[in-house]
Design a binder for this molecule. Structure first.
Ligand code: PA5
Length: 439
């Protein structure tokens, strides 16, 4: 019978941690699990994701679907403008599952490359275009200037009616919302009680996916199912606590990197989402595991050497898919190319053999875990998002850091803003007027 939910296993040969120690630590942290489930007061402004119903319940699902239906009738392309937590979850799902509607999603606003923005603009030629600008603070430079560039393209295409082609996802009461109202843009709320990297199951992640024809109800269902499971499972059997405890024990033993390895390249963008979630949530106060990913089997031919024999700082979590589609069978064509021994085999089976072989080889050298998901589909993504967010919260608590801030990200920005001559005052317009730079 096919599995329905995520499964976590420490691989055979993991001599670094005994089952007994892991269980003991899970029991020892039973009160942490209860604390996290009850919504800590100190993080109340960051825990809007903890109950999936709050931002992915009927109200927001139907609002996203309704606006998505409007866009789907009128667009060939939706440009999703955002960076970090404001675009990675939607991109992860869109690039793994693929668009199911006639609207193509293009992701932008996540870099400052002229080459990249030119390539985005080129993709919009002769197309019916909408843009979804996603920004919690609307102070981040990358999406800010991308929006500026793209709204001018929209003005050229649609004149004054361009505003009907803009959907802003922003914080209620913010400058962005006021601007959106003044210009007559469509508006969706960016949850005021969730930070970017935890917003997968909210209008931030769900609206663009609804436009792409992805079943956001199935995603929300997956998230809710995982929430119920993590609230139901006791400390001794709780899958999120187990993963968090294992990470922490390995960190204490001197491991400094976790590698998320996968044999389906479609997970590439998901791995980037995962990397941000853990990197930004845990990498502070001179602590944390550095999150890296490996897209196998390709990367086995580049970093596989380091993993097997390099500095012993890595442990590995394999993201394994139980049921993959499609299949592709090799048929003998009469040519003796020395691969004939694989005649009649499916790529899927060969990939599975490579996966099992890699787990076996790596387990001899480093601690390995297997996280098995039923399939690459909407429900699995819902489960994965909730699972990782919950685990990350637990894991950061075990490490003794704030899971929801990212103060270190500001450092480079100060140097950049200085170079670019950004006015120090909040009222930029007034300062620019005083300087005579705008009328
Ligand atoms: O997780 C986070 O909070 C950050 O990665 C933000 O998502 C990112 O910096 C983008 O922020 P904003 O939406 O305000 O532009």
């Amino acid at each position: 019978m096919a599995m329905e939910s995520i499964r976590l296993e420490l691989t055979e040969g993991t001599s670094w941690l005994s089952r007994k120690i892991v269980k003991h630590e899970m029991n020892r942290h039973a009160s942490l699990l209860e604390t996290v489930k009850k919504r800590e007061e100190q993080y109340r402004d960051s825990l809007g994701w903890l109950d999936v119903e709050e931002w992915a319940g009927e109200e927001w699902l139907s609002k996203c679907e309704k606006l998505a239906a409007y866009v789907k009738e009128r667009a060939d392309v939706l440009v999703v403008v955002g960076i970090g937590g404001s675009n990675q979850a939607a991109r992860a799902v869109a690039e793994a599952i693929g668009e199911k509607s006639s609207v193509k999603l293009v992701f932008s606003g996540n870099n400052i490359s002229a080459d990249d923005i030119c390539s985005v603009v080129k993709q919009l030629e002769d197309k019916r275009v909408f843009i979804n600008v996603i920004a919690k603070n609307f102070e981040t430079l990358e999406p800010g200037i991308c929006f500026w560039a793209l709204r001018n393209i929209l003005r050229e295409k649609y004149g004054a009616a361009y505003s009907d082609h803009v959907i802003c996802t922003g914080t209620i009461g913010s400058h962005f919302e006021r601007l959106s109202k003044d210009e007559g843009y469509h508006f969706l709320p960016f949850p005021d009680n969730i930070g970017g990297r935890y917003t997968a199951l909210s209008p931030v992640g769900l609206f663009p996916l609804a436009v792409a024809g992805i079943d956001i109800r199935k995603m929300a269902h997956g998230g809710k199912k995982m929430q119920e499971r993590l609230y139901r499972e006791s400390a001794e059997e709780n899958i999120a606590l187990e993963y968090a405890v294992v990470r922490n024990l390995l960190y204490q033993k001197g491991f400094r990197m976790e590698m998320l390895s996968f044999f389906e390249p479609r997970y590439y963008r998901f791995a980037k989402w995962w990397r941000q979630l853990f990197g930004e949530s845990e990498g502070k106060d001179n602590k944390g595991l550095y999150p890296v990913y490996g897209s196998f089997s390709e990367d086995l031919h580049s970093i596989g050497q380091f993993i097997q024999e390099g500095t012993a700082v890595i442990f590995e979590t394999f993201l394994n898919v139980e049921k993959t589609e499609p299949s592709f069978i090799l048929r003998h064509d009469g040519l003796d190319d020395r691969f004939v021994y694989l005649d009649g085999m499916d790529f899927t089976d060969i990939n599975r053999a490579a996966y099992e072989a890699t787990v076996a080889a790596h387990s001899k050298r480093l601690p390995c875990m297997k996280l098995t998901v039923p399939a690459i589909d909407e429900e699995s993504f819902g489960q994965l998002f909730y699972f990782y967010e919950f685990t990350c919260y637990l894991s950061a608590k075990l490490l003794g850091v704030n899971p929801f801030d990212q103060p270190g990200v500001e450092a480079y920005k100060q140097y950049m803003f200085q170079k670019l001559g950004k006015p120090q005052t909040v009222d930029c317009r007034k300062q620019l007027e005083d300087e005579g730079r705008i009328a």
